[in-house]
Design a protein around this ligand. Sequence first.
Ligand SMILES: *Cc1c(COP(=O)(O)O)cnc(C)c1O
Length: 384
Amino acid sequence: MEKIPYSKQSINSTDIDAVTDAIQQDFITQGPTITHFESAFAAYVGSRYAVAVSSGTSALVIAHRAAGIQAGDRVLTTANTFVATANSIELAGGIAQLVDIDPKTYNISVTELEKALLAPKRIKGISPVHFAGVPANMEAIAALADKHKLYVIEDACHALGSTWADSEGGLHRVGDCSHSDMSIFSFHPVKQITTGEGGMITTNDPELHAKLLAFRSHGISQPIDKRKKEEQPWTYEMHDLSANHRITDIQCALGLSQLKQADNWMKRRSELVERYNLAFRDEDNLDSQICPKSATPSYHLYVVQAEGRDELYHHLHGLNIKVQVHYIPVHFHPYYQRKGYQQGDFPDCETYYDHALSLPLYPTLTNKQQDFVIEKIREFYHGR
Ligand SMILES: *Cc1c(COP(=O)(O)O)cnc(C)c1O
């Protein structure tokens, strides 16, 4: 049986031509294609600035640093995410303080956020994740951030193209930073668009933008004193410690080409999600993620809550259907257990995890392949 992965990149001849062209230019890193990709990306999500970096993780780390995190500062984030969301807070010198999820949307729970903010701790920011592409409640999160003077960094690695409406009917695209300081994207091959490895930070704040550019490349910037630059044209200054988080022009050429196809791919992913939803509408053994009516998600994953998840996982893998589990709760990992977390800390996240399964979802998945997946799941629960 052919292998059906849970996710897969789409690469066509336009992408290959773009990369072939980029690799023959004078600048294969830090050239003009990076700026083109950044401008196109900012225009797509509706932000003023975009800064391309080497990965989503790098993007998260330098975003927390640009936001001014200090040693011992806490940032609230969801327990249901890829470890990078929490790790980046700790890598930037802070403390990742985990919060339980909403059992319907699988996103960070606003009620639990409010509770966390009652304790007299040095909380500096909130970093919500738009899980699977379903937007977190940004209006409520921004209101809490305002009230407690916190920064907000959206981990939008799942949500390129997702849109939502605020309570006054205003439309927002994830990444426009209308309710946050910065948003982060990843271009890992399983995400909506890919650059092999890569990431992006969007913001509307010119000061943050300048800091991000410096943090991308060793904390180096041009001198503020223009005269010095005239007298010593070779000069540059390093104000803050950072590392090499740069992306190449070759990768950005791929990103630019991929971005042009993002809307088509998003449409196909939505079609597939609707087909799954329809197929499982009367299936008592499966529950699907609930998306608020005010949002139109761009789906990165199709996640279900499945009865007998472990057996179903093995059953489907036996048929070469490579379903996945997103995510092992962050506080289950030994590193976070050493920080004092333990099993039982976030019951809704843990119940979710016990039943979580991500079914195959990617633009080139055919209806026929999807029907095969659906049929095998039905057979698992009801026999032939
Ligand atoms: C993929 C992902 C990241 C990390 O992105 P990389 O580009 O792999 O470094 C961070 N957060 C979430 C939620 C992700 O899914």
